[in-house]
Design a protein around this ligand. Structure first.
Ligand code: HEC
Length: 214
């Protein structure tokens, strides 16, 4: 036997030990005795190479759980969660600080861009404001919104506040904050501000005695 054939037989031995494959031609020895429509089954053992891989993953999982996951000083799911929540809160605060007008009603400023005013006008009709204040804001059940006499206060902040919280009880102007979004209420208030001084077709007589700016 030369060196080469020794190597081959060593390799073969190794393969045999890793696969425990049954020798060809002797299948009858491990043939199970059932037969499904001509399909028969051999009782092969699980190949050792596959089993070893399985054992290795079990060992790694125990090591991982006890050493890396459970004992780790630096990492734990709880810490990761807490850190992410912490970061999230900071991001929210930073966003609020950078965009105060979105969160704090005392910072509301009247929008003046065409798109916002057009949106306000559209909302004034679609949210049924026109039913009581008329399309040209001249007033009918509700007061004229184009003159500078206010029952509840002029200026974007007071108007926004009236739209949000409603007028005096029983007068018919309900609170809209649960049905109209904050952004849309600002657009509505801005639209009303932009309509100051226009002349409606049939203006309702002035109501209220607040002039803005006071
Ligand atoms: C059912 C009728 C009705 C509807 C609909 C209505 N309003 Fe009014 N609105 C009134 C009445 C009535 C008042 C006066 C409230 C008071 O005297 O306290 C009023 C007051 C106001 C005021 C304050 C006026 C002032 O002089 O201080 C604003 C601004 C206003 N409405 C905007 C709106 C907007 C915007 C909408 C649509 C989202 C709307 N209203 C829908 C009846 C209505």
């Amino acid at each position: 036997m030369n060196k080469n054939s020794e190597k081959i037989s060593g390799w073969k031995k190794f393969m045999q030990s890793m696969t425990k494959a049954h020798d060809l031609g002797t299948e009858e020895d491990i043939l199970l005795d059932h037969d499904y429509d001509g399909i028969k089954e051999l009782d092969n053992v699980l190949p050792p190479w596959w089993l070893y891989g399985f054992y290795i993953t079990i060992a790694i999982s125990i090591f991982y759980y006890t050493q890396v996951f459970y004992n780790s000083e630096e990492y734990s799911q709880e810490k990761e969660y807490a850190a992410e929540v912490e970061q999230g809160k900071k991001d929210v605060e930073a966003y609020k600080a950078a965009n105060p007008e979105l969160f704090d009603d005392s910072n509301i400023v009247a929008l003046t861009d065409d798109a916002s005013l057009a949106k306000g006008k559209e909302l004034f009709a679609s949210k049924t404001c026109t039913a009581c204040h008329l399309v040209d804001l001249g007033g009918s059940i509700g007061p004229n919104l184009t003159d500078n006499k206010w029952i509840l206060g002029g200026g974007v902040k007071d108007i926004y506040n009236t739209i949000s919280k409603g007028g005096r009880p029983g007068k018919g102007m309900i609170a809209w904050e649960s049905t109209i979004s904050r952004e849309e209420r600002i657009q509505l208030a801005s639209y009303i501000v932009s309509m100051q001084g226009v002349a409606p077709a049939t203006p309702k007589a002035e109501e209220g005695d607040i002039v803005w700016p006071e």
